[in-house]
Design a protein around this ligand. Structure first.
Ligand code: MN
Length: 250
């Protein structure tokens, strides 16, 4: 059985951190969360003039995971325990905040000075009650280490889970599927998804058909019913989206 679309929600445009623009499908008044996911932000894209790039200075997280996937630009991360790291395009940082982290997420020094395009994704993944106080953990994964599959006009970067014969290298605390999919107009993509997973797609660009009938474009979150073991998506124009699934925590 192929999954059908239950609802399509538009993103809210807002500002985060010290004032960088985000598109946020949830949490909003319409959609509080999407178990096990607590938040999805598309950061930018924003073209900064020299000296104008904004980030998120020191702030705390506890009891869940924050996953940052950078598409353009360069970000630096620094936390209260002395951990630091840099993300360049295509890199992923999977941070399990657990018992608590105070950190800053800022454009790199070069970006602060010279400006440039910043574009990325931040996802928050909930942790089960017994994992909420675990020791914080970082998995910084360079783009070159993240598996990519490509065939018949479909390109898939496998950040978590499995797709087109490729298996992710990042370990998740709960079962998660996180794919970045780019398709040529007219291409078709079928992905198997465990029946128990909640599943949604977030459209970064283009226009696609997400079940037999429902179409969505740029900035939309497409929420699926749990009515099948696979999903079939067709690109109407060139299409760029994230496919996110996970076992609900309840
Ligand atoms: Mn943060």
């Amino acid at each position: 059985m192929k999954r059908s679309v239950e609802n399509i929600v538009a993103s809210l445009r807002t500002f985060e951190g010290a004032g960088f623009p985000v598109r946020r499908p949830f949490p909003t008044q319409r959609l509080e969360d999407f178990d096990p996911f607590l938040l999805l932000d598309e950061m930018g894209p924003v073209d900064n003039a020299p000296g104008e790039a904004q980030g998120a200075p020191d702030h705390p997280h506890r009891g869940f995971e924050t996953v940052t996937y950078l598409l353009s630009g360069a970000m630096e991360h620094r936390d209260s325990a002395g951990n630091s790291g840099k993300l360049t395009p295509g890199d992923v940082q999977w941070m399990t905040a657990g018992a608590g982290v105070v950190h800053s997420e800022m454009p790199s020094a070069e970006m602060m000075r010279d400006g440039g395009r910043l574009h990325g994704i931040q996802l928050w993944v909930n942790l089960p009650a017994k994992e909420k106080m675990r020791k914080p953990r970082y998995q910084d994964t360079a783009s070159a280490r993240i598996p990519v599959a490509e065939a018949d006009g479909v390109w898939v970067k496998v950040i978590a889970g499995e797709s087109m014969g490729e298996r992710a290298v990042i370990e998740t605390q709960t079962p998660i599927l996180y794919l970045h999919v780019r398709m040529k107009a007219g291409a078709r993509f079928t992905q198997s998804v465990p029946d128990s997973y909640n599943l949604f797609a977030y459209v970064l660009g283009g226009h696609g058909r997400f079940d037999q009938k429902r179409e969505a474009e740029d900035g939309a979150a497409v929420l699926y019913r749990n009515d099948g073991g696979e999903v079939e998506i067709q690109a109407i124009t060139d299409l760029d989206f994230l496919l996110l699934g996970g076992l609900p925590i309840g």
